[in-house]
Structure formats: structure tokens, C-alpha cells
Design a protein around this ligand. Structure first.
Ligand SMILES: Cc1ncc(COP(=O)(O)O)c(C=O)c1O
Length: 473
């Protein structure tokens, strides 16, 4: 292809040509799921589908026709009161959900491990956060569930808080007890928003034999539930849905906030992929989820037989996340990722000793077979070589001291930032959860953690390439 030296397009074409095995987002895992299920023509003619709001094409922000029909498909699938299509990801739904339920200048109880979009809503709505701290899974040094007791503590200490938001499942697939959290939230007259970005599939898994415990927030009393259908299901990246489940939500206000947060030129190919995803779920859901579960069962069975490989198991886990740990051989998460990449297998997230593979509706048995074969080979090689075990940075568990968000800011080198008040969110990516937020005092452990993430070659948003951070003057 001409004039594509080192460009995005060249990269995408070359990467795709290598037939990589994807255990990362998006959930469709490539064109096969559309082609095999009768949607190949849409892919072949995708540019012809890239139109604007001509007559008959409806309007995302006042849906009355073909877009409304897709919303209705989702209403049926998730048994929601109303479902909105999102083309700016769950991020847009999370921000709109918060702005629609918390008054300007009001208080929001939020899990400290919320996605950065929830933190962005704070500054947009001049909202004061009340942090609910997740439990720590000690064995793995990662953040776990948020308990109903912790939410109740926050509400009792802050009775004027108007809403509660938390992610469930979290990035690793750990679910919180949404039923208990909804009970507490509603007992105090607040609104519950669940960021279910990583759990769009739960509704369908919980209906399958053996997966009944993976219940979706839609069935557990949440008022607003936001699902990234692109992460685990079959719609395109950037698409998601927002489900309203109860009358506690003012739909007119929510719709207004949604149109604020989304492009005024919503992409029809994106919306069409939400349409196709809904049709696949309605018409082929049982088959697709049956195969997905069978493949997972096969994977867990085979993985069990690999000496030195352990898979993180925490009560109430979403089984679609493969949290692989080979630290028994001194292989940490980053090294495991690299070893898998050498075999053309790409995972989603690294956390300490864990490399997390995100499965999706589009993964085939051959993907799981490739992963098992690679893990077996890594295990047998490293059994002989046995590396030095490396100490991994653990999840940051400290509660940082909070002060007012600085009005004036300056940039300082990370080595001079200890004791200074953070003036901009510092966000390792993934998972996109701020390690320090504006107003929090940067302590040595936090700064060491940021340095370690950078040394591991990870993206840290908020830290400049010359290792500077914005702090209060
Ligand atoms: C917990 C959580 N919530 C929300 C989001 C945002 O989702 P989206 O990429 O669909 O905007 C992410 C993104 O990774 C996430 O991890």
C-alpha cells in the first residue's frame, strides 16, 4: 500500500496480517463472528454505511425510528426500563450518569478504584467525592470488592451525598455484592450507579448452567448500569450501552447529559455494530455463550494440569478473565506478557505477577488452545531455567491525605514531588484508575509506585516524558 510508511494504518494492517491471538479488548476478536453469522455484507460495505442523519436514519439524541428499534432490542435483552446507545464508550455513560444524579457542587460516594471517567465527572460537575475503599486481595496485592459496609460508612459520614458509584466487576473480574450495596444505597434514599463496563456479558452468563453466581447489576437493584459491549461482546470499540433500571432516574436530565457528553456526529457504523451485537445476542446468544463457557471450562481444566501456573481465584469471580500467574518460576506479569507475545498471543493487563487475558464472545477454541500450548512451553522451559523471583509492586493500598484541589499549579520533577499536593490525576494505563487525584498529597510510596510503573515501560498519564508532575504552587 502506497504512502503508508509508519502510520496507524500500516501498523493495523501488518498486525492483522500476522493473525494475532487476542485476549484483549474488543470482545469480537475480528471479523469472523460477523462473517460467520450473516453480517459480512456490512463489513464489506462499511464505508457506504458511514453516513449522517439523512431522512430515515433517525437521530441518536431523539430516537424515533431505526435507532429506537435497537434501543428496544437492548431493553428486551437486559429487561431495562430504558436503554441508551453510547458511541463515546462507557466513559460517556459514566459521566452522564453522575451528572444526572448529583447536583452541581454536590457529593458523590465513589469507589476509589473507579475508572478515570468518574473522576473526570467530578471536575465537570464541581462534585465532591467521598471515597469508598475497596478491599485488598492480599495474596495477589490487588484491589478487590467494595463492601456494602464501606458504602454505608461513607453515606453515614456524608448524609448529603446524592449517589453511589462503583465498578463491578473490576478489571480483574472481581464482583462486589451489588444486592447488598443497592439495599444500603436505597435505604438512605440515594441512587446507585454501577460501572459494569467489564461485565456486559454477565446478564447472559448468569442464565447458563453453572454460571448462576455471575449475576448482573441489572438484576440486583442498581438504578443505572453502564456496559461496555465492545469489551466482551461483539460491537465495535467505543460502543457501549447505558441501562436505566428504576424510576429513581430522571430520564430527561439523563438524556440532556448524554447529548452533552457525546459527539453530535454519532458514527452509523458504530451504531450498526450495536445493532448487530443485539441481534447476535437475541438470535444466537445461547449457542455463542454455550461455546464460550465450554471453551473456558476446557481452558481451566487444561491449565490445572500445568505445573507452576496458577490462576487467580477469588470468591465471586467473573470466569471470563484469565488471571495467569507464573511467579512460581520467577516469571512476573510483564515477562509472561512478553513470552506470550513472542508466540503471537496478546493479553489485556499486567498487575504484579498477573497477566490477565480478557476473553470475549469472538474467541474460538483455537485461541484457547494456542494459549494453553504457549503456557505449557513457558512452564517447561522455565522449569529448567528457574529465574530469580522478582518483587512486584503491590496495589497501592494507602489512603492518601487529602487537601483542597490546588488553584495554582506548577510542574516539578517526580524526585521533588514528595509532600506536594497533586494537581492533576496520575493514571497508569491500563487499568485507567488514578493512583493520585487532584488534592491528594503525594507520599513516597505513591511516587515509588509511579516510578516502578514507568520503569516497567507502562503508560502513566499525568507524568510527562521528562518525569514531571503538576502539583500545587
Ligand atoms: C472499570 C472501567 N470502567 C469504565 C471504562 C471506560 O470504558 P470505555 O472504554 O467503554 O469508555 C473502563 C475502560 O477500560 C474501565 O476499565
Amino acid at each position: 500500500m502506497n504512502s503508508l510508511n509508519k502510520t496507524i494504518t500500516r501498523f493495523l494492517l501488518e498486525h492483522g496480517a500476522k493473525s494475532p491471538v487476542s485476549f484483549h479488548m474488543p470482545g469480537h476478536k475480528g471479523s469472523a463472528i460477523y462473517r460467520e453469522n450473516g453480517y459480512g455484507e456490512f463489513l464489506d460495505r462499511i464505508m457506504d454505511c458511514d453516513i449522517t442523519e439523512i431522512p430515515g436514519a433517525d437521530n441518536l439524541f431523539q430516537a424515533e425510528d431505526v435507532i429506537l428499534e435497537v434501543m428496544e432490542k437492548y431493553r428486551k435483552l437486559y429487561c431495562s426500563k430504558e436503554t441508551y446507545l453510547l458511541i463515546n464508550g462507557s466513559s460517556a455513560g459514566i459521566i452522564a450518569g453522575i451528572l444526572a444524579t448529583v447536583s452541581k457542587g454536590g457529593k458523590l460516594v465513589m469507589a476509589r478504584n473507579c475508572h478515570k471517567s468518574a473522576f473526570n465527572a467530578l471536575s465537570l460537575g464541581d462534585i465532591e467525592p467521598v471515597y469508598a475503599f475497596p478491599e485488598i486481595v492480599d495474596e495477589y496485592g490487588i484491589l478487590g470488592e467494595v463492601t456494602a459496609e464501606e458504602i454505608e460508612r461513607c453515606i453515614i459520614e456524608n448524609p448529603t451525598a446524592e449517589a453511589v458509584i462503583l465498578p463491578s466487576p473490576n478489571y480483574y473480574g472481581i464482583l462486589s455484592d451489588i444486592e447488598a450495596i443497592a439495599e444500603v444505597t436505597h435505604r438512605y434514599g440515594k441512587t446507585l450507579i454501577v460501572d459494569q463496563a467489564h461485565g456486559a456479558h454477565l446478564k447472559f452468563f448468569s442464565a447458563m448452567e453453572g454460571c448462576e453466581e455471575m449475576r448482573p447489576a441489572e438484576e440486583l437493584g442498581a438504578d443505572i448500569v453502564i456496559n461496555s459491549t465492545h469489551k466482551t461482546l461483539a460491537s465495535f470499540t467505543q460502543t457501549a450501552i447505558l441501562n436505566v433500571m428504576t424510576d429513581r432516574v430522571n430520564l430527561a436530565v439523563l438524556e440532556d447529559k448524554l447529548q452533552v457528553m457525546e459527539s453530535s456526529s454519532p458514527s452509523y457504523p458504530l451504531m450498526a455494530s450495536l445493532d448487530i451485537n443485539a441481534s447476535l445476542l437475541l438470535e444466537k446468544g445461547e449457542k455463542l455463550f454455550g461455546e464460550w463457557i465450554e471453551n473456558l471450562e476446557w481452558f481451566y481444566h487444561e491449565a490445572d494440569g500445568i505445573e507452576g501456573l496458577s490462576l487467580m481465584k477469588v470468591k465471586g469471580m467473573d470466569i471470563t478473565k484469565l488471571n495467569m500467574d507464573m511467579s512460581a518460576y520467577g516469571v512476573d506479569g510483564n515477562q509472561l506478557e512478553e513470552l506470550l507475545m513472542e508466540k503471537g498471543i496478546f493479553v489485556e493487563l499486567i498487575a504484579g505477577n498477573i497477566a490477565m487475558g480478557m476473553t470475549g464472545i469472538g474467541n474460538k477454541r483455537c485461541d484457547y488452545e494456542a494459549l494453553i500450548a504457549a503456557l505449557k512451553e513457558i512452564a517447561s522451559k522455565n522449569k529448567l531455567e528457574k529465574r530469580e523471583k522478582t518483587e512486584q509492586p503491590r496495589a497501592l493500598t494507602r489512603r492518601l491525605l487529602r487537601k483542597a484541589v490546588p488553584a495554582e499549579r506548577e510542574s516539578v520533577h517526580i524526585d521533588e514531588a514528595e509532600g506536594r499536593v497533586c494537581a492533576m490525576s496520575i493514571i497508569p494505563y491500563p487499568p485507567g484508575i488514578p493512583i493520585a487525584c487532584p488534592g491528594e498529597v503525594l507520599d513516597r510510596e505513591t511516587l515509588d509506585y509511579i516510578r516502578a510503573r514507568k520503569r516497567a515501560n507502562e503508560k502513566v498519564i499525568g507524568l510527562s516524558s521528562d518525569m514531571h508532575i503538576l502539583v500545587g504552587k
